[in-house]
Design a protein around this ligand. Sequence first.
Ligand code: 5GP
Ligand code: MN
Length: 334
Amino acid sequence: MKNDDILAIKELLATPKKIVIIPHRSPDGDAMGSTLALYHFLLKENHQAVVIAPNDFPNFLAWLPSSETVLIFENDKENCIKIIQEAEIVFTLDFNALHRTGEMEHVLNKVTAPMIMIDHHQKPDSYATYTYSDTVFGSTCEMVYNFISYLGKKEAIDKTIATCIYTGITTDSGSFRFPSTTSTTHRIVADLIDIGINNSEIHNLLFDNNSYNRLQLLGRALQNMKVFPELKTSYISLSQKELDEFHYEKGDTEGIVNYGLTIKGIEFAAIFIEHRDENIIKISFRSQGDFDVNQFARDHFNGGGHINAAGGKSYESLKKTIEKFEKIISETKQ
Ligand code: 5GP
Ligand code: MN
């Protein structure tokens, strides 16, 4: 982070402010962990802070400290718009472009208060007054740890803040297995454990909370998997009918895409999920090695993300979307 920016932000935060903190739409562990970590820190520093999420977060994150205070824009638009308009500082966390907040984009475009972006995605837009963006980090949570440290407030990181930070580091690193996991990541985690987080319990809360239906849905997803060994590619699809059959709840499909990569020799995996209510096919891409799924998602499926993890969407039917995908991979992958 630029030294001048740190000084300017220190100055901004020197007196109590009304602050809004915003994660991306369909917030994941890193988005919720980073926004709530910052929220708890700012409260400790005597600011008035609130997290406003564009839409609801999945149940497996509902145990996060103070998640019950998070406002959901979609459910409470008038109130949220008023709070955003009155904010003296707006933080945007874990996304690189305002359209990642869905409908909130129009409200955020009109913000005149200073905006601070903390994010680790490629190609950040330039809407923020202060941009702390670096793809070298595996998670925004790791950056929030740095951000608080840069402000000279590292000692303010208590068990609550550390728990939120650990959550995002864990989920965005695939439990410390993705290449973005560095020795620094582990040093930060060591510090969080010293601060008193219960790392083992956090893993249980995040990953050992399946419903029977969710596991059955996973079973169906695995049965639907198609594998193209010569293209080192596999994909999974789930139709709305299948989601309904297993009483789909938000978060139930989280992580399923990764199973494609667990097949020996597979380096590129995708999942296509039909969302009738939004009339889109939500797509996730994952890769191992050099294949750049961020570029793939940008080029073909209205999306983006990181080199090894990206997402996108399609406005065509599930069948047509999959046909298009098969055509592209057969033409572009050797
Ligand atoms: P996921 O597949 O878990 O939804 O997302 C993987 C990564 O890609 C995350 O970092 C996420 O923020 C990013 N991502 C997901 N969907 C989109 C999208 O539609 N556009 C962009 N730019 N990034 C996305
Ligand atoms: Mn993230």
